[in-house]
Design a protein around this ligand. Structure first.
Ligand SMILES: O=P(O)(O)O[C@H]1O[C@H](CO)[C@@H](O[C@H]2O[C@H](CO)[C@@H](O)[C@H](O)[C@H]2O)[C@H](O)[C@H]1O
Length: 693
């Protein structure tokens, strides 16, 4: 008896289990443990695998609501093959959302499918119609309010078609939108099931698409003898904006400690005039909320913020959780630090790098919880109040993950426009986890991806939904810490190569001042700059001969004009039969824009290659003719057929950027663009130098 009872309970449990499977929802990060990322300018593609036993017809829809709201909004999803369902949500407003997928068996669609199948197979549909009629009658009931009234009226029309044997018209009416809407609101939803809720974070467009320029304010006076100020920075803005950059990033601007101050080239002893590393935060004049006195006043700071806005730019500030031994926190809050037995503190490090001039507070000291966490949050709040909406976070991987997850969520709760960039050059697992914890953008391994295979793998991974749903790579070509070997040895062409890869491969790229004049002098056998600006004033002439300002300007202009260049998504590696030519396409789903980029990775020697034009992506046969625009020279020409040939002289221009122009539909007549343009299928012409544009 007991056995029988247990069996019955087990059966009832099985019966209560969902009959419909909802799986592989995207966007979702770790099954909803972390928020997927979207931005307010972009529609959100939602997809899921949804299926059931047998041949039951399903209805599937996506539900979404702002976090904290009780009301769900709904949008139907459509099948796209292999049990996959999809829809596109119109761009959402800034903020945090929840998504869920809901599905149920649709008796109406089951009846309709059967009726249609019988008809298409040439059989009578009398029986199927009676089933349908009974179903609709039951739904309409005796109600005379919409939607019942709509259904009753439609039923009359359906019966007339049925009586006259007009099955095609009957079917058309059964597909009628008003009828389906009425049915949807009245019909039962057997076996209805809803997925778990998946968080989605909608950020500003600049979280996904921005061009950064980094400089040290102290070097902007034009003289090695005078410490630069924020006013000097304001004077530089027009020329930085003219290159097309829209974010100005400054390393820490706080007072710099004296104790263990570093000297030139990272020496452990500073000379009397050495300004010290700006990352050694905190001195008599204050800590993280103070401004280094030599840079100016807080009024100057707010003038800088205003001047940036006038230029259509904005500021990114460093947020570095560390202290010089002279930071006021060491005196005021000794309990935030992990003191050694001899009364000293262990200096910070990011192995193998050693940071002898700073110490890091201990997030889990009894006195530090919650005081230190809140104090750090208040530092960010202070700068937000002063107009900073972007923070580049120094070394986040050496601080606890729960701290970042809490801090970012807390700040964004009040300031959804705030963007955090994670500077974590560390193991992939940590780099990725920081992005999941909420960082809007992440430094990446781009700087060290140079050959074709490595670049292909790198960009394919970043473009994949699995990664792009939570991690946005920031492609810096150089940083004050990284003077890449490729730039050290590749001459001017190397700078152009790296610039075009970064500016076209992803939505976020950045240069550190000096890149535009191909600065590359290095410490021997090190990826570090000689006389690094981190330890001394380094005024430079950023218009020095040989500069690549025109090329950078063109790249930023192309990025602004072409949505395909504003994202890491939509990357496809194409065939160019030469190991030194990296050739890829960028295309944003839902647009007809196809950009092709070919980069000669060899900075000194001419390279040639046959390459394939992805005519198939435009729905064209292999022997079609396609109009092409060379986006660097402005020339228009044709390519006849799928296989073309390129020749690139890196000393002239180590890259090509083309736009494929979709052929006009037959009603539009011949393309205006192609009229009168000679094209022999070859792109061996060198076109104009970028300086000519
Ligand atoms: O460790 P990372 O490679 O991520 O580099 C970042 O953090 C470093 C520590 O803040 C910072 O290093 C610079 O500042 C230190 C503290 O003043 C100093 O000891 C180092 O010599 C100096 O390079 C680095 O610049 C930053 O990008």
């Amino acid at each position: 008896m007991a056995e029988q009872g247990a069996a019955e309970i087990a059966v009832r449990r099985a019966v209560a289990a969902p009959r419909i499977v909802i799986d592989e929802i995207t966007p979702a990060v770790d099954g909803g443990r972390f928020a997927a990322k979207a931005d307010e300018a972009t529609a959100v593609p939602v997809a899921a695998t949804v299926f059931c036993d047998g041949h039951e017809a399903l209805q599937v829809r996506v539900l979404w609501r702002r976090r904290g709201s009780r009301r769900w909004q709904a949008q139907p999803m459509a099948p796209c093959g292999n049990d996959r369902w999809q829809t596109m949500l119109a761009p959402l407003l800034l903020g945090d959302y929840e998504l869920a997928i809901e599905a149920w068996i649709s008796p109406f669609d089951n009846l309709l499918n059967r009726l249609q199948a019988r008809f298409e197979a040439g059989f009578a549909v009398q029986q199927e119609w009676l089933d349908m009629e009974r179903f609709l009658l039951a739904l309409a009931g005796a109600g005379d309010e919409p939607p019942e009234a709509t259904l009753t009226a439609k039923l009359d029309v359906l019966r007339q078609h049925q009586a006259c044997g007009e099955v095609l018209l009957l079917l058309a009416q059964l597909h009628n939108a008003a009828l389906r809407e009425a049915v949807a609101s009245l019909a039962p939803r057997p076996h209805s099931v809803r997925s778990n809720r998946l968080p989605l974070r909608v950020e500003r467009l600049r979280a996904r698409f921005a061009s950064w320029y980094e400089l040290f304010p102290r070097s902007q006076s034009g003289s090695p003898l005078r410490h630069g100020t924020l006013r000097d920075v304001i004077a530089q803005l027009p020329q930085i904006r003219a290159m097309g950059f829209d974010v100005l990033y400054l390393p820490p601007i706080h007072p710099i400690g004296q104790t263990h101050r570093k000297g030139r080239n990272n020496s452990l002893v500073a000379g009397p005039d050495d300004p010290g590393s700006p990352y050694a935060i905190g001195a008599e004049a204050g800590g993280h909320e103070a401004l280094h006195p030599e840079l100016g006043s807080l009024e100057d700071f707010s003038d800088l913020v205003a001047a940036l806005h006038e230029q259509g730019m904005e500021l990114a500030l460093d947020f570095a959780v560390q202290c010089s031994p002279d930071h006021p926190w060491l005196r005021e809050h000794p309990g935030w630090f992990d003191w050694r037995a001899d009364g000293s503190l262990r200096h910070a490090e990011n192995p193998p790098k050693r940071y002898e001039d700073i110490v890091v507070p201990d997030f889990y000291q009894a006195d530090a919880v919650p005081a230190l966490w809140l104090a750090l949050r208040d530092v960010v709040e202070t700068w937000v109040r002063r107009g900073v909406m972007i923070f580049r976070v120094d070394n986040p991987h050496t601080k606890p993950l729960p701290f970042w997850e809490w801090l970012i969520s807390d700040i964004r709760g009040r300031h959804p426009r705030v963007i955090f960039l994670s500077e974590a050059f560390t193991r992939p697992a940590m780099l990725h986890r920081l992005a999941k914890c909420g960082f809007s953008q992440s430094y990446s391994y781009f700087t060290w991806r140079n050959d074709k295979a490595a670049l292909t793998e790198f960009f394919i991974e970043l473009a994949s939904n699995d990664t792009a749903n939570y991690l946005r790579p920031h492609l810096f070509v150089n940083t004050p810490d990284i003077n890449p070997y490729f730039l050290q040895h590749g001459g001017r062409a190397a700078f152009l190569i790296r610039a075009v890869l970064a500016a076209t491969g992803g939505g976020l790229w950045g240069i550190y001042s000096g890149f535009e004049i191909c600065e590359a002098a290095a410490l021997p056998e090190r990826e570090e700059y000689l006389d690094a600006e981190k330890y001394q004033l380094r005024p430079r002439d950023t218009f020095a001969p040989g500069h690549i300002r025109a090329e950078i300007t063109l790249l930023n202009r192309l990025r602004a004009a072409h949505p395909a260049l504003q994202t890491q998504r939509g990357f496809t590696a194409y065939q160019a039969w030469n190991e030194h030519i990296f050739y890829f396409g960028k295309h944003v789903a839902g647009t007809d824009e196809h950009i092709l980029v070919a980069v000669c990775l060899e900075p000194f020697d001419v390279q040639e290659a046959a390459f394939e034009v992805p005519l198939w992506a435009l729905g064209l046969p292999d022997d079609a003719t396609v109009d092409v625009e060379d986006l660097c020279s402005g020339e228009h020409f044709h390519w006849h057929g799928k296989i073309q040939h390129m020749r690139i002289d890196p000393l002239q221009q180590p890259y090509r950027i083309w736009r494929l122009i979709a052929p006009p539909t037959s009603s539009e007549g011949p393309s205006q663009l192609s009229a009168g343009i000679a094209g022999n299928g070859s792109v061996t012409h060198e076109g104009g130098r970028p300086d000519d544009y």
